[in-house]
Design a protein around this ligand. Structure first.
Ligand code: FES
Length: 108
């Protein structure tokens, strides 16, 4: 039996990249990195599995869940708001500090 929210599909959460102010939508089952890439925002990345830390960013507002139990972050880093967007999924609208992100639609 379907619940009403099943028919509507998953909610999308707004993600804002700081300091640029760019925004994109991310589904709760999608990683921030993949959603950003789909929307034309290139965040630094390499392994895409939460181990290399190339994508490290800071969560300024909102709540995420990491897809893996032990992402490559220390407890102190997590407490300070550091996240790994390649394995992070939104649970609320987010504001993420990722200054090295570039927009593929903005000419230099
Ligand atoms: S791309 Fe390697 S930890 Fe995110």
């Amino acid at each position: 039996m379907n619940r009403p929210e099943d028919d509507a599909g998953p909610a999308l959460f707004k993600v804002e990249i700081a300091p640029q102010g760019w925004q994109f939508d991310c589904a709760p089952d999608q990683t921030l990195l993949l959603a950003a890439l789909e929307w034309g925002f290139r965040m630094p990345h390499s392994c895409r599995n939460g181990s290399c830390r190339a994508c490290i960013a800071r969560l300024l507002a909102g709540r995420i869940e990491h897809r893996i139990e032990w992402p490559g972050l220390s407890a102190e880093e997590k407490a300070e708001g550091w996240i790994l967007p390649c394995v992070a999924c939104p649970r609320e609208p987010l504001r993420v500090e990722a200054p090295a992100t570039v927009s593929l639609f903005d000419a230099p």
